[in-house]
Design a protein around this ligand. Structure first.
Ligand code: GDP
Ligand code: MG
Length: 166
Protein backbone atom coordinates (compact mmCIF):
# COMPACT_ATOMS: atom_id res chain seq x y z
CA UNK A 1 0.00 0.00 0.00
CA UNK A 2 1.10 3.53 -0.61
CA UNK A 3 -0.38 6.96 -0.28
CA UNK A 4 0.07 10.66 0.08
CA UNK A 5 -0.86 12.45 3.28
CA UNK A 6 -1.04 16.18 3.77
CA UNK A 7 -0.49 17.35 7.35
CA UNK A 8 -2.12 20.69 7.98
CA UNK A 9 -2.61 22.75 11.11
CA UNK A 10 -1.70 25.99 12.81
CA UNK A 11 1.96 26.68 13.65
CA UNK A 12 3.30 24.92 16.75
CA UNK A 13 0.62 22.24 16.95
CA UNK A 14 3.34 19.60 16.55
CA UNK A 15 3.49 18.73 12.84
CA UNK A 16 7.27 18.58 12.69
CA UNK A 17 7.49 16.67 15.95
CA UNK A 18 5.10 14.08 14.53
CA UNK A 19 7.07 13.77 11.30
CA UNK A 20 10.35 13.42 13.14
CA UNK A 21 8.88 10.63 15.19
CA UNK A 22 7.49 8.55 12.32
CA UNK A 23 9.86 9.10 9.47
CA UNK A 24 12.77 6.81 8.87
CA UNK A 25 13.71 7.96 5.40
CA UNK A 26 13.81 11.50 4.11
CA UNK A 27 14.09 10.65 0.45
CA UNK A 28 11.54 10.66 -2.30
CA UNK A 29 10.68 7.18 -3.53
CA UNK A 30 9.06 6.32 -6.85
CA UNK A 31 5.42 5.55 -6.52
CA UNK A 32 2.62 4.37 -8.80
CA UNK A 33 0.73 7.54 -8.01
CA UNK A 34 1.39 10.72 -10.00
CA UNK A 35 3.98 12.91 -8.34
CA UNK A 36 3.10 16.51 -7.77
CA UNK A 37 6.24 18.57 -8.05
CA UNK A 38 4.73 21.65 -6.49
CA UNK A 39 4.37 19.88 -3.18
CA UNK A 40 7.32 19.47 -0.92
CA UNK A 41 7.83 15.95 0.34
CA UNK A 42 8.41 16.21 4.07
CA UNK A 43 9.20 12.59 4.62
CA UNK A 44 8.44 8.99 3.79
CA UNK A 45 7.33 6.36 6.28
CA UNK A 46 8.06 2.87 5.04
CA UNK A 47 7.28 -0.56 6.41
CA UNK A 48 7.65 -3.98 4.76
CA UNK A 49 4.33 -3.59 2.98
CA UNK A 50 3.64 0.10 2.85
CA UNK A 51 4.89 3.54 2.03
CA UNK A 52 3.28 6.69 3.33
CA UNK A 53 4.47 9.96 1.87
CA UNK A 54 3.90 13.09 3.94
CA UNK A 55 3.71 16.27 1.94
CA UNK A 56 3.53 19.92 2.73
CA UNK A 57 0.61 21.91 1.40
CA UNK A 58 1.85 25.46 0.85
CA UNK A 59 -0.79 28.06 1.41
CA UNK A 60 -2.90 26.21 3.91
CA UNK A 61 -0.63 27.12 6.84
CA UNK A 62 -0.71 30.86 6.45
CA UNK A 63 -4.11 32.19 7.40
CA UNK A 64 -2.59 35.54 8.42
CA UNK A 65 -1.75 36.53 4.90
CA UNK A 66 -4.15 37.15 2.11
CA UNK A 67 -3.14 34.62 -0.49
CA UNK A 68 -3.24 35.18 -4.19
CA UNK A 69 -5.70 33.20 -6.27
CA UNK A 70 -2.92 31.05 -7.63
CA UNK A 71 -1.58 29.97 -4.25
CA UNK A 72 -5.07 29.27 -3.06
CA UNK A 73 -5.77 27.09 -6.09
CA UNK A 74 -2.55 25.18 -5.56
CA UNK A 75 -3.47 24.51 -1.96
CA UNK A 76 -7.00 23.48 -2.89
CA UNK A 77 -5.81 21.13 -5.62
CA UNK A 78 -3.27 19.54 -3.33
CA UNK A 79 -5.94 18.77 -0.78
CA UNK A 80 -7.99 17.10 -3.51
CA UNK A 81 -5.08 14.99 -4.76
CA UNK A 82 -3.87 13.48 -1.51
CA UNK A 83 -5.31 10.27 -0.06
CA UNK A 84 -5.78 11.58 3.46
CA UNK A 85 -5.62 14.98 5.07
CA UNK A 86 -4.32 15.01 8.64
CA UNK A 87 -5.64 18.10 10.34
CA UNK A 88 -3.62 18.54 13.52
CA UNK A 89 -4.72 20.63 16.47
CA UNK A 90 -3.22 21.35 19.86
CA UNK A 91 -5.31 19.83 22.67
CA UNK A 92 -4.50 22.60 25.10
CA UNK A 93 -5.48 25.47 22.82
CA UNK A 94 -9.04 26.29 21.92
CA UNK A 95 -10.58 26.56 18.50
CA UNK A 96 -9.25 29.66 16.76
CA UNK A 97 -9.21 31.69 13.58
CA UNK A 98 -6.48 29.51 12.04
CA UNK A 99 -8.67 26.45 12.46
CA UNK A 100 -11.64 28.24 11.00
CA UNK A 101 -9.62 29.09 7.88
CA UNK A 102 -8.50 25.50 7.43
CA UNK A 103 -11.95 24.01 7.99
CA UNK A 104 -13.37 26.30 5.32
CA UNK A 105 -10.80 24.91 2.87
CA UNK A 106 -11.63 21.34 3.87
CA UNK A 107 -15.24 21.90 2.86
CA UNK A 108 -14.15 22.09 -0.79
CA UNK A 109 -12.70 18.58 -0.92
CA UNK A 110 -13.92 14.99 -0.74
CA UNK A 111 -10.61 13.70 0.63
CA UNK A 112 -10.96 11.85 3.95
CA UNK A 113 -9.90 14.10 6.81
CA UNK A 114 -8.52 12.85 10.12
CA UNK A 115 -8.63 15.14 13.11
CA UNK A 116 -5.42 14.56 15.05
CA UNK A 117 -5.58 16.02 18.54
CA UNK A 118 -1.96 16.39 19.59
CA UNK A 119 -0.34 17.15 22.97
CA UNK A 120 -2.80 15.07 24.98
CA UNK A 121 -0.03 14.80 27.59
CA UNK A 122 -0.78 18.47 28.33
CA UNK A 123 -4.46 18.08 29.27
CA UNK A 124 -6.60 16.28 31.83
CA UNK A 125 -8.41 13.29 30.27
CA UNK A 126 -11.79 14.90 31.13
CA UNK A 127 -11.01 17.74 28.76
CA UNK A 128 -10.74 15.49 25.74
CA UNK A 129 -14.40 14.60 25.26
CA UNK A 130 -15.72 18.20 25.09
CA UNK A 131 -12.95 19.05 22.64
CA UNK A 132 -13.92 16.15 20.39
CA UNK A 133 -17.58 17.16 20.54
CA UNK A 134 -16.70 20.74 19.60
CA UNK A 135 -14.71 19.74 16.52
CA UNK A 136 -17.19 17.05 15.46
CA UNK A 137 -19.79 19.78 15.12
CA UNK A 138 -17.55 21.69 12.71
CA UNK A 139 -16.66 19.03 10.15
CA UNK A 140 -17.42 15.34 9.39
CA UNK A 141 -13.98 13.97 10.27
CA UNK A 142 -13.47 10.35 9.21
CA UNK A 143 -11.35 9.60 12.27
CA UNK A 144 -10.52 11.51 15.40
CA UNK A 145 -7.24 10.43 16.93
CA UNK A 146 -5.76 11.87 20.14
CA UNK A 147 -1.98 11.56 20.27
CA UNK A 148 1.15 12.87 21.90
CA UNK A 149 3.71 13.30 19.14
CA UNK A 150 6.33 14.17 21.73
CA UNK A 151 5.81 11.15 23.98
CA UNK A 152 4.59 8.83 21.25
CA UNK A 153 1.19 7.98 22.76
CA UNK A 154 -1.22 6.52 20.21
CA UNK A 155 1.00 7.29 17.21
CA UNK A 156 0.94 3.58 16.26
CA UNK A 157 -2.85 3.65 16.28
CA UNK A 158 -2.86 6.66 14.00
CA UNK A 159 -0.50 4.98 11.53
CA UNK A 160 -2.68 1.86 11.57
CA UNK A 161 -5.79 3.91 10.83
CA UNK A 162 -4.01 5.72 8.00
CA UNK A 163 -3.10 2.30 6.61
CA UNK A 164 -6.75 1.29 6.51
CA UNK A 165 -7.61 4.17 4.21
CA UNK A 166 -4.88 3.53 1.64
P1 GDP B 1 4.77 22.66 14.06
O1 GDP B 1 4.93 24.16 13.95
O2 GDP B 1 3.32 22.28 13.88
O3 GDP B 1 5.69 21.90 13.17
O4 GDP B 1 5.11 22.29 15.59
P2 GDP B 1 6.44 21.65 16.20
O5 GDP B 1 6.53 20.22 15.87
O6 GDP B 1 7.59 22.52 15.86
O7 GDP B 1 6.13 21.73 17.77
C1 GDP B 1 5.96 22.97 18.45
C2 GDP B 1 6.27 22.78 19.94
O8 GDP B 1 5.35 21.86 20.54
C3 GDP B 1 7.67 22.17 20.20
O9 GDP B 1 8.21 22.80 21.32
C4 GDP B 1 7.37 20.71 20.48
O10 GDP B 1 8.32 20.10 21.33
C5 GDP B 1 6.02 20.80 21.17
N1 GDP B 1 5.22 19.55 21.01
C6 GDP B 1 4.96 18.88 19.88
N2 GDP B 1 4.21 17.79 20.13
C7 GDP B 1 4.00 17.77 21.45
C8 GDP B 1 3.29 16.87 22.33
O11 GDP B 1 2.71 15.87 21.94
N3 GDP B 1 3.28 17.21 23.65
C9 GDP B 1 3.92 18.31 24.15
N4 GDP B 1 3.84 18.53 25.46
N5 GDP B 1 4.59 19.17 23.35
C10 GDP B 1 4.64 18.90 22.02
MG1 MG C 1 7.00 22.64 11.69
Amino acid sequence: KSGFISIIGRPNVGKSTFLNRVIGQKIAIMSDKPQTTRNKIQGVYTTDDSQIIFIDTPGIHKPKHKLGDFMMKVAQNTLKEVDIIMFMINADEGYGRGDEFIIEKLKNTNTPVFLVINKIDQIHPDELFPLIEQYKALYPFKEIVPISALQGNNVDTLLRQIHEYL
